[in-house]
Design a protein around this ligand. Structure first.
Ligand SMILES: Cc1ncc(COP(=O)(O)O)c(C=O)c1O
Length: 357
């Protein structure tokens, strides 16, 4: 749980100060890495599948940042699956047509198994939200979306969901709690692939679901305990270490992204820039064939050609190289995760790799 005094602090301060052991003489400043599959009998936890002090430190920090109760999972998708497990059997899930394809794949699997019913609706159309969420048990939103970077009005959606009696879950991976805190705007659960910006160093997989209400958090913990999609202890420790600099990384990467989006919009090789005006992600559609877009990815020396995002290093990829990616994503779209390097070096590298004239 967030420390009382942390609730009024700015995100930068919370990122640094939350999730620390008590201040006792000779006590460590950092959480211990507790490697344990089991515990001495007689306590409340008992076994490693039910809890771990290192997870708890990460959870208390992420919970304090988002303003809720956090539960960590083995990966972002394990967190997504646990949130979807909140839906009663036969319940209606409203999901957007474009979002991270792995999340949409879970929704489709549950639908084809007859576990849930699904309505696919554009949640960026604020004027039509009331009819979009009518009758829903859970609304799944992602903002900004991966990889088209579309933005949902979370406050408007939260209001509609609460009127309709639907739970609202928001995948906030691309924004991070430094830029967007869905629980403050009516969401019931904020979800993160902590693999990305929260941990920030491309060295682990982890997920977090932060619930507004304690009873929802309890159900998420139950799902984790029963299904066993547990975070690794080392991963949780590393994620918390990465989280300490979240605000600095986001500040620098966002400034870089804004400048690069501006320059890319004027580049002759680029037909469209997708950039929501905040955050560290930029997607560009290139003129020409998909092979030419692939060649750009292979020609950079600084930008890393790799999937995933949110690391200190800048990376890019053509999303449609993945067969599961939606056909709504243009074939020549490059998703760019902007890192914290010097912006002029990043520009020189990408400008050199892009075709000219
Ligand atoms: C927006 C979003 N949500 C969830 C996930 C899944 O996270 P993970 O890869 O940690 O399972 C991703 C992965 O790319 C993502 O981009």
């Amino acid at each position: 749980m967030p420390h009382e005094s942390e609730s009024s602090l700015a995100p930068a301060t919370v990122a640094v100060s939350a999730g620390r052991p008590p201040r006792t003489p000779d006590g460590p400043l950092n959480p211990p890495l507790v490697m344990a599959s089991t515990y001495h009998a007689g306590g409340e936890v008992g076994y490693g599948r039910y809890g771990n002090p290192t997870w708890e430190m990460l959870e208390s920090a992420v919970g304090a940042l988002e303003g809720g109760v956090a539960t960590s999972f083995a990966s972002g998708l394990a967190a997504v699956a646990a949130v979807l497990d909140l839906v009663p059997s036969g319940g209606l899930v409203v999901a957007p047509p474009d979002a991270y394809y792995g999340s949409l794949e879970i929704v489709s699997r549950l639908e084809s198994q007859g576990r849930i019913r699904v309505r696919r609706t554009d949640l960026t159309d604020t004027a039509r939200l009331a009819e979009a969420v009518d009758g829903a048990d859970l609304v799944w939103a992602e903002t900004p979306t991966n990889p088209l970077l579309k933005v949902v009005d979370v406050a408007a959606l939260g209001e509609r969901c609460s009127a309709a009696g639907a739970l609202l879950a928001v995948d906030s991976t691309f924004a991070t709690p430094v830029l967007q805190r869905p629980l403050e705007h009516g969401a019931d659960v904020a979800v993160h692939s902590a693999t990305k910006f929260l941990s920030g160093h491309s060295d682990l997989l982890l997920g977090v679901a932060v619930a507004h209400d304690a009873d929802v958090a309890t159900r998420l913990v139950e799902t984790r305990s029963v299904l066993g999609a547990l975070p690794g202890t080392v991963e949780a420790w590393l994620a918390l270490r990465g989280l300490r600099t979240l605000h600095l990384r986001i500040e620098r990467a966002s400034a870089n992204a804004a400048e690069l989006a501006r320059r890319l919009a004027g580049h002759t090789a680029v037909s469209t820039v997708h950039y929501p005006g905040f955050g560290a992600m930029v997607s560009v559609e290139l003129r020409g064939a998909p092979q030419a877009a692939e060649l750009v990815c292979e020609s950079t020396e600084l930008w890393v050609h790799a999937t995933s995002l949110g690391g200190v290093e800048s990376s890019l990829e053509r999303r449609r190289r993945w067969s599961g990616e939606s056909e709504a994503v243009p074939e020549t779209l490059l998703r760019m995760s902007v890192g914290v390097e010097d912006v002029e070096d990043l520009w020189d590298d990408i400008d050199h790799a892009l075709p000219h004239g």
